[in-house]
Each structure stands twice: as C-alpha cells, then as structure tokens.
Design a protein around this ligand. Structure first.
Ligand code: HEC
Ligand code: HEC
Ligand code: HEC
Ligand code: HEC
Length: 203
C-alpha cells in the first residue's frame, strides 16, 4: 500500500503536484492562511480543482493528522479553571478566527508555573531563541471548497464550542472530533433559522 502511495506521489511529482502531503502534515498554521476567510473575490462556486495534484493535496491537507510542536494538555488547563476564550482563543468572540496562542502567551503563566517540567523548559527555550509555536491546523476547508466561516455570530447565538469541536476540555492535544461537512452546517442553520442560502457560507 505504501508502495502505491509513494509511486503515485512520484507520478504526481512528475505532473508537478509535489509530494508535500507524503509527510502526513498539513501546512503549519502560521504560514497557512485561514482559507475559509481568504476571500479571493472570485464569483465562482465550483468543485473543480485545477489539477489532480491539487485535489490530492486538498484531500490530504484536510484529512491528515496534525503533529503539534508541543503536546498541549487542554484538559489540565480547563481543570485549572481556564476558559477557552481566556488568553488562548480570545479572538473567537470578536471575529472569524478563534486565534491560537503564541509562545509568549504561554509564558504569561509559565514564566513562573511548572518551570521544572521538560515541556515548559522547551517552550521557555523557544521563546529565548525567538521561535514561535507553529501550530498545525486541526480544522479548515480545502481552498477549492470556497467556504467562509465566522466564529463570532455563533458565539453570540450561544452555540457551544463543544457542538462544533467535541469534548476538547477532556483531551490533551486537540483532536478532530467533529466532521465539518456541509450537512453538519446546513442542518443546524435550518433548525435555528439561521441564513441558509449558498452565499452565506460560500464565496
Ligand atoms: C493562565 C495560565 C496558563 C497559561 C496561559 C498556560 N498555562 Fe500551561 N499550565 C498552567 C497550569 C496552572 C498548569 C498546571 C501546572 C501543574 O501541574 O502544577 C499548566 C500545565 C501545563 C503543562 C503540563 C506540564 C507538565 O508536564 O506537567 C504544559 C505542557 C503546559 N501547561 C503548556 C502550556 C502551553 C504550551 C501554553 C501556551 C499555549 C500554556 N501552557 C499556557 C497554566 C497556564
Ligand atoms: C458553529 C461551529 C463552531 C463553533 C460554535 C466554534 N467553532 Fe471553532 N471552528 C469552527 C470551524 C468551522 C473552524 C475552521 C474554520 C476555518 O478554517 O476558518 C474552527 C476553527 C477553530 C480553531 C482553529 C483550529 C485549527 O487548528 O484549525 C480554534 C482554536 C477554534 N475553532 C476554537 C473555538 C472555540 C474556543 C470555540 C468556542 C468559544 C469555538 N471554536 C466554537 C467551528 C466552530
Ligand atoms: C449548532 C448550530 C450551527 C452550526 C453547526 C453551524 N452554524 Fe453557522 N450559524 C448558526 C447560528 C445560530 C448563526 C447566527 C445567525 C444569526 O446571527 O441570526 C449562524 C451564523 C453563521 C454565519 C453568519 C451568517 C450571517 O450572514 O450573519 C455563517 C457564515 C455561518 N453561520 C457559517 C457556518 C458554517 C460554514 C458552518 C459549518 C462549518 C456552520 N455555520 C455551522 C448556527 C450554526
Ligand atoms: C451553512 C453553511 C453552508 C451553506 C448554506 C451551503 N454550504 Fe456548501 N459547503 C459548506 C461547507 C462547510 C462545505 C465544505 C465541506 C467539507 O469540506 O467537507 C461545503 C461544500 C460544498 C461543495 C463541495 C465543494 C468542494 O469543492 O469540496 C459544494 C459544491 C457546495 N458546498 C455547494 C453549495 C451550494 C450550491 C449551496 C446552496 C444551495 C451550499 N453549498 C450551501 C457549507 C455550506
């Protein structure tokens, strides 16, 4: 099976598609823009990718398992009483993106807390060297799906984080618990009488 994967990768490379998806990681969070918000102004609404390679890359980008720069224990922090919207995902109530914390955000607490632990020493060293945490995307839409998403109206309408992200409060590293397919979105929009025409979610 691995052979087939490698072989098709070679074939696709020749076709100019590249093998970046072979290492099983989506692009680093910091360099991958939120494609859901990256409005190109294109009026097109199409499933077509320009090349087979682009389709393959989209597929693996969306489905691959992210490997985070540090194993961040969500559960520990939630148990200590920290809310998702404090420090780490503050932007979620204000606009499209939830935001992800920089290493300096961690050090607001970890300059003093648990400084003897290896993972904390790791982030302290990163900060000293000026290296930031390159979080990998857990969610996101393939650029060709032309989806737009905005957190803020959902938070205002009291949709829980867990409805769309599952029980991250009891997990360590964030897992992709929920499949954000179109049916998932439109079913709730229908139930809650939220706008449900194509251009609500697509550009
Ligand atoms: C608001 C304060 C606060 C912030 C911000 C914070 N943490 Fe923590 N963190 C804690 C507390 C409290 C603990 C529990 C320490 C203990 O076990 O005594 C902890 C525990 C941890 C642990 C487990 C340490 C171990 O090995 O036992 C890791 C890893 C960690 N934090 C990483 C991070 C990272 C990475 C960030 C930034 C993305 C971060 N923390 C941001 C307060 C914070
Ligand atoms: C209505 C569903 C919904 C709700 C409610 C929701 N999210 Fe999201 N969240 C999404 C979608 C969809 C994405 C991917 C968006 C994109 O690619 O632009 C996302 C992305 C994220 C990301 C970036 C993850 C990654 O690696 O891609 C974080 C962090 C996040 N949400 C945190 C939160 C928090 C915290 C809450 C609650 C305060 C919350 N979300 C509520 C749907 C939701
Ligand atoms: C659990 C219910 C629920 C789910 C799931 C959900 N939404 Fe929503 N959505 C809402 C509600 C409620 C609103 C707020 C409507 C309002 O402000 O009147 C909303 C608003 C929006 C808006 C803003 C609409 C506007 O013009 O004001 C967008 C865009 C959107 N949702 C996209 C999505 C996408 C894309 C998904 C799937 C990834 C999704 N939603 C999943 C309930 C949901
Ligand atoms: C409430 C939000 C929402 C509405 C309304 C909505 N969509 Fe979607 N649609 C999505 C999301 C999210 C995806 C991406 C699903 C995924 O990545 O699995 C999607 C995917 C698609 C795709 C597949 C794109 C691709 O290249 O993979 C097509 C085609 C599509 N939608 C067409 C439509 C049409 C036509 C309408 C209006 C009748 C519509 N959508 C209304 C949220 C929505």
């Amino acid at each position: 099976m691995r052979y087939v994967t490698v072989l098709s990768c070679i074939v696709l490379s020749i076709a100019g598609a590249g093998c970046s998806w072979l290492d099983d990681r989506p692009a680093p969070y910091t360099s991958a823009p939120f494609t859901a918000q990256a409005h190109s102004g294109s009026p097109r609404l199409t499933t077509a990718r320009d090349t087979l390679g682009a389709a393959v890359n989209d597929f693996f980008w969306v489905k691959s398992t992210p490997k985070q720069p540090i194993e961040f224990p969500h559960n520990t922090h939630v148990e200590k009483g920290l809310a998702c919207t404090e420090y780490c995902h503050e932007a979620v109530t204000k606009g499209p993106q939830a935001g992800l914390p920089s290493v300096n955000t961690c050090l607001i607490c970890h300059a003093a807390i648990a400084t003897d632990r290896p993972r904390i020493q790791q982030i302290t060293q990163m900060s000293e060297k000026g290296i930031d945490l390159s979080w990998q995307r857990v969610y996101g839409f393939a650029p060709a799906a032309h989806v737009r998403f905005n957190h803020a109206p959902h938070i205002r309408a009291n949709v829980e984080c867990a409805t769309c992200h599952g029980d991250i409060a009891h997990q360590t590293v964030a897992q992709r618990n929920v499949d954000h397919n179109m049916g998932f979105c439109v079913t709730c929009h229908r139930e809650k009488h939220a706008p449900n025409d194509c251009l609500t979610c697509h550009y």
